[in-house]
Design a protein around this ligand. Sequence first.
Ligand code: AHR
Length: 497
Amino acid sequence: KSASVDINIDAQHPGAVLNKNIYGQFMEHLGRGIYEGIWVGKNSSIPNKDGFRLDVLQALKELKVPLLRWPGGCFADEYHWRDGIGPRDQRPRTVNSNWGGVIEDNAFGTHEFFEFAELLGAETYVNGNLGTGSPKEMVDWLNYMTSDADTTLVRERKKNGRDKPFKVDYFAIGNESWGCGGNMTPDYYADLYKQYSAFLKAPADNMPKFIASGGTNEQTDWTQTLSDKIKPSWSLRMDAISHHYYTIPTNNWETKGSATGFPKEQWFSALQQTLRIEDFIKQNVAILDKNDPDKKVGFYVDEWGTWYDVDKGTNPGFLYQQNTLRDAIIAGLNIHIFNRYAERVQMTNIAQMVNVLQAMILTDKEKMILTPTYYAFKMHIPFQDATYLPVSLSNIPQYKSGDASIPALSASAAKAQDGNTYISLVNTQLEGAIEVTLDQVKQAKGQLLTSDKMDQHNTFAQPHNIQPSDYSAKVKNGKAVISVPAKSLMVLNLGKI
Ligand code: AHR
């Protein structure tokens, strides 16, 4: 017998606005994420607009990508921005020492990044180099991008083809400074942050929000130290602290588990691992609530997603993995959690947008496929800038595996900009539909993403194995009964309620 759950949406007590940047993306100079995935160059046989491949551009436009984070990741702390400006054929050739030791020809640099963001209508998040840069290098980069004064730097930008300043919405000082960004302690980093921050200036109408590089996983000491030591003021800006968490089915970096063809236990353990992020957010937010009661400092999860063993035969440094129904379910669960903490979690960036880790899009030369994660994000577009609505479940059925259990049903609701209320539902179980009853709704129409196979995925030979289908339930006297299939994600428009 299938479980049944009544869901009440509390429209009388709306919560925070779900900043559209909760649905942000991350693009690093890593593997085929940028080169081939986004940038093919003007002379490529792959159809492109000024070097950006058209198929990917179009798919990302349809995804309404709100925000792009660039250039890393670990790459950011070895990136020297001057390598990526000026005539392309004269840019230095460097080695990408983090990711496969391949040659980086710097064809994609500052101008290309902003041109791409502008084509997508996305906000921009530039991650500065703290690890191997200097305050001067960082200050110059910010000035190059944002200044309108008649300086030599701005003249150089104009000579390189850009008259108007670029719009930098967010700027981070370093990345994973506890690890690839310099093996620092939180204390040491906090002092460096204060030093750099003092010199990073921009015109008032183009002042980015500044992000401090925080901790990972269960760590709270970074948030603690940064919020203890850094009290934002006019000369010390800290608008957010970042945090990273990757979902690894085995919770073991040596053998992470496979993206496809995994055992049932790893369906469960991947979901179980991903749900841990709620506790990590909760602990860090509790520290901020104490140290920053006025809620001036955000908590940005600027890297998250699944991380599996790389696909067989691919460069281990390129982090290329397939993407299945399991990834879409994981995306849905994370989105529900982020929405719950939207007061502080005003930005997240899934890693990474194209061809790397939990990607939206995979490419193989001129071919492109959309992943189940792409569809999960697309289904949640109405949640961008919507207002959070609390939901209560009459009971939460449990999905058990061995001694462990996780909630079998997860839900999140919001009132969208179009005035309609939307609900997102995830059934985490491999077997058994869950009957959900919603009261006082006008309609229940939307999309369903599911499959018979737990590792269903699209391939270059079969690009449409999995995609959402339309769904609609009857509504009688304001009541809708929805059968949420096993291993599925649903987003429904409930009308104006
Ligand atoms: O996303 C891949 C890498 O994961 C990033 O470069 C780094 O910040 C993290 O460790």
